[in-house]
Design a protein around this ligand. Structure first.
Ligand code: COA
Length: 393
């Protein structure tokens, strides 16, 4: 066994032990907080040790971080040294949760364990209504169905949920599954303190044998397919924007039916800064939603909007205080999901049908422009600057 494989194995074993047997003491009141009682939390904890499959290091780190956040609050311990790999990974994961409240962390902890249990075919920790998504588990997403709502959570909090090539494929698949499952509403959200930091810029550094042109062509086809999945999605789709959103996670928002944002969320599309051009049909939806001059500020001049500004411009439906974001949004969504499913889906499809053809044409044009941009010197230099700046830190 190679040294790297040995380290990985030790890491896996130690991490799993640490996340299944938390050593911190904690105190809860008996009252229900965000629907999660002490009993729910205890149940989720005990279900964790009954999992048969190892959910992988990323998920275990997430479980650890949520547990710490739920029982202790935001990370306030000193950063471990670079060579202390395990504690550094745990610290990073906990730190990445930022200032999310203990109540939200408890809720996310129970939801996460529930989805893992459900994916193994058992009954979920918190809600008997939860079901597995056909037993499919994803590397970079958490997908669960509960109370007639399928939730797709981007789950790379240590990288601010930046979307890798594999993640694009997984999201497309998760959307296809959600389109066919029995849920009424589909929700898109992010794990940790970010909603999503957009396209993972390291996607540009993996140049295949066919060179830059081939990379750009393959990237373009993937992007086309990704955006199509949003254009054609047949049920109400809701973005629950739990933190800052960048790039493609913002541009596709014009195709969501509702966008709920926490007050500290921001919306940023730094395309010209990166030598790129708009995608996600934003070159059509943004001017239509907010008018040309405001759309230009975002799409041409990289203006970052606060949640309240995005709401004023119509990109966001409603903004909620950080402290009550999860409670308010989820209680509202649970009520919406009780509406007649066919009426909701058919009405959404009717509204979309007015511009579906246009959206597909816009997607094609945007993909063509971006495929050219990705091979440009401007883009190459911008991506290199990002990673050079990181390496100097
Ligand atoms: N692609 C690749 N890696 C990304 C990323 C992205 N889009 N966004 C974040 N990351 C990585 C960082 O490199 C860092 O990795 P490291 O811990 O190995 O160094 C990690 O995620 C955490 O990000 P960091 O920059 O330390 O956090 P921050 O809170 O200071 O800043 C962002 C967060 C999102 C503002 C910053 O990372 C950023 O500007 N990312 C690029 C966003 C972007 O341009 N997206 C494409 C839009 S088209």
């Amino acid at each position: 066994m190679t040294f790297a494989a040995q380290i990985s194995l030790i890491f896996t074993r130690r991490l799993w032990r640490l996340s299944s047997v938390p050593t911190v003491s904690f105190h809860f009141t008996k009252t229900s907080m965000m629907g999660v009682t002490q009993e729910d939390f205890e149940k989720a904890k005990s279900k964790l040790s009954s999992l048969k499959k190892d959910p992988g290091n990323d998920v275990k780190l997430k479980i650890y971080a949520l547990f710490k956040q739920a029982t202790h609050g935001p990370c306030d311990t000193p950063k471990p040294g670079m060579l202390d790999f395990i504690n550094k990974a745990k610290w990073d994961s906990w730190k990445s949760l930022g200032s999310i409240t203990q109540e939200s962390a408890r809720q996310e902890y129970c939801d996460l364990i529930g989805s893992l249990v459900a994916a193994e075919g058992g009954s979920a920790a918190q809600a008997p209504a939860q079901s597995a998504t056909n037993g499919r588990t994803y590397d970079s997403l958490l997908v669960s169905t509960q109370d007639d709502i399928t939730t797709i959570t981007l789950n790379r909090p240590a990288k601010k949920n930046a979307i890798t090539t594999q993640m694009y494929e997984e999201i497309i698949e998760a959307l296809q599954q959600a389109a066919q499952d029995s849920s009424v509403v589909t929700v898109f959200t992010g794990a940790g303190d970010f909603y999503c930091s957009g396209n993972d810029l390291s996607n540009f550094t993996k140049i295949p044998e066919g060179g830059l042109e081939q990379m750009a062509k393959a990237g373009g086809e993937l992007l086309r397919k990704y955006v199509r999945a949003f254009i054609d999605f047949p049920k109400p789709l809701v973005a629950v924007v739990n933190g800052p959103a960048v790039g493609i996670s913002v541009t596709v928002m014009g195709m969501f039916d509702l966008v709920y944002a926490t007050e500290s969320a921001t919306f940023h599309t730094p395309f010209s800064q990166l030598g790129q051009s708009p995608e996600g049909c934003s070159s059509y939806t943004f001017p239509r939603i907010m008018g040309n001059s405001k759309a230009n500020e975002m799409l041409l001049f990289n203006k970052k909007l606060t949640a309240f500004q995005a709401c004023q411009l119509g990109l966001v439906t409603e903004v909620f205080p950080d402290s009550s974001f999860h409670t308010e949004v989820w209680s509202r969504l649970k009520n919406y999901a009780k509406l007649p499913p066919n009426s909701l889906a058919l009405s959404k499809q009717l509204i979309r049908s007015m511009e579906k053809e246009r959206l597909h044409a816009v997607n094609d044009a945007e993909v063509e422009r971006l495929t050219e941009r990705w091979t440009s010197e401007e883009c190459f230099n911008a991506v290199m600057s990002f990673f050079q700046a990181k390496s100097k830190l």
